[in-house]
Write a protein that binds this ligand. Structure first.
Ligand code: SF4
Ligand code: SF4
Ligand SMILES: [Zn+2]
Length: 229
């Protein structure tokens, strides 16, 4: 699914339901990317998405200045990498706000959390920092020990008993970008492939997240994503 999306005739009724012609309504301002399981047209703001895409491109380009330094033997500082990561998450969240309105995902709906999420090195550091700050050092150690003891469980360790993500603010990109338009029940059914939002903006963002970990580790080998475990 790419943002250029589905083609509709200019004279056809606008999929937003306004009863106007498409050319007189959403043609120039919205991308029609698909229809969700309620048969609602998923229309997202072209301007906002394109602006965010440019922001991610700029972020990606500005990371190049660290490349040389990194390959000289110094990885970039964690603090700098975290600043980049936070900026990236802000852009992603702002872009996904558009898409969320049409997605089937909601609070407490969590079949997608029945596994350990994947994360890159910098994302793991961000989650650790967050947990340390919110729990305090001693409780953090206890918590990590508990996670290790429970590591055989298939479910994500950050899912609370009431079905909420306890690290929601700092959840990794893999979770952040996981939005589906299909019936939520498809997410619990192994035979069904949920209809997920995927786009160039997410591909580029995934690239930046991986690049940050490469720069941090001071290596030119591609940093492969790992289970958060
Ligand atoms: S991905 Fe599926 S299970 Fe997860 S919140 Fe969305 S609809 Fe619910
Ligand atoms: S980190 Fe949060 S959103 Fe991601 S799988 Fe775990 S509970 Fe779900
Ligand atoms: Zn319209």
């Amino acid at each position: 699914m790419r943002l250029q999306g589905l083609q509709i005739g200019r004279n056809e009724p606008c999929p937003c339901g306004s009863k106007k012609r498409y050319m007189d309504c959403c043609l120039n301002t919205k991308y029609l990317i698909t229809y969700n399981y309620n048969d609602q047209a998923v229309l997202i703001d072209k301007n906002k998405i394109n602006k965010n895409l440019r922001k991610i491109v700029a972020l990606n380009t500005s990371l190049n200045k660290f490349k040389e330094k990194s390959f000289e033997g110094k990885g970039i500082e964690v603090k700098i990498a975290l600043d980049y990561l936070k900026k990236l998450y802000d852009i992603i969240d702002s872009s996904l706000e558009e898409v969320e309105k049409f997605s089937s995902c909601s609070k407490g709906c969590c079949a997608c959390c029945n596994k350990y999420p994947t994360a890159t090195l910098i994302e793991v550091k961000y989650i650790k920092e967050y947990l340390k700050n919110s729990l305090g050092n001693d409780d953090f150690e206890i918590y990590i020990k508990k996670l290790e003891d429970n590591s055989q469980k298939k479910i994500c360790p950050f899912l609370s008993e009431s079905g909420e993500c306890i690290i929601y603010e700092v959840r990794p990109f893999a979770c952040r970008s996981y939005l589906v338009f299909s019936d939520p029940q498809d997410c619990s059914n192994q035979d069904n492939e949920p209809l997920r939002f995927s786009d160039a903006i997410l591909d580029l963002a995934a690239n930046v997240v991986e690049k940050l970990s490469v720069l941090l580790k001071n290596t030119d080998s591609k940093y492969t994503k790992t289970s958060i475990q």
